[in-house]
Ligand binder design. Sequence first.
Ligand code: SAH
Length: 247
Amino acid sequence: MSRSVFLIGAGPGDPELMTLKAARALGKADVVLIDDLVSRGCLAHARSDAKVIEVGKRGGCKATPQEFIERLMVQYARQGKIVARLKGGDPFIFGRGGEELAALRAAGIDVEVIPGITAGIGAPATLGIPVTHRDVARGVIFVTGHTKDGTEPDWPALARTGLTLVIYMGITRLPEITAALLQSGMSADTLACAIENGTLRNQRHVIAPLALLPRSAAALSSPAIIVVGDVVRFARMAAAQPHAKAA
Ligand code: SAH
């Protein structure tokens, strides 16, 4: 079945972690809308005559407003173009993919969603952290450390679950998040890990007991994933660098 928009997850960073399906869809596109966090190496799969539009904060001058991105996709699709919307990780994990899908559907446009490996799984995996190792964690929670309206997740409730916490967009608020988890009764010794630029050649990470993580990870910046829980003890302390191609 032919689609006019592909909503594609490009994976966590390393272009080789993009799926075959994503690469094939990208190769059909007349127009590619690409986010900041997507490695430019992924564009190797796009047609050389494809129009590439950077719609992220870092690519353009400012963050391209979400409605503008949605309007662009609708406009090109209505012109009969095949559009690839390339998003970091998985399009539906903190990626506004749900909003984009709804906008396209409301405009009567046919969309195929192609999932990707989310950073919260891909980055810990490079260090050998199994986020649900059955001996120590019965599950994993993906949570954002930064919300649009400034409200906090229910940290005490999350801490009580005993599940692995994988925190997106939390690195700049690490001291506040850590304090909230400790106040929620989480042990100061709980192992935690922060991973910057996960799966890329310039990946850096820090492992420390929760109480010390803000100090240990002070030099790390966005994009970074924070993993909190006993599963961190499975990390290889001197992890091999992932085999990333150019970012
Ligand atoms: N849809 C994306 C997440 C978008 S939100 C996904 O599924 O991965 C952006 C946040 O994702 C960043 O602030 C950071 O917390 C995380 N992130 C994305 N890429 C990352 C990477 N290569 N390494 C570490 N964290 C990353």
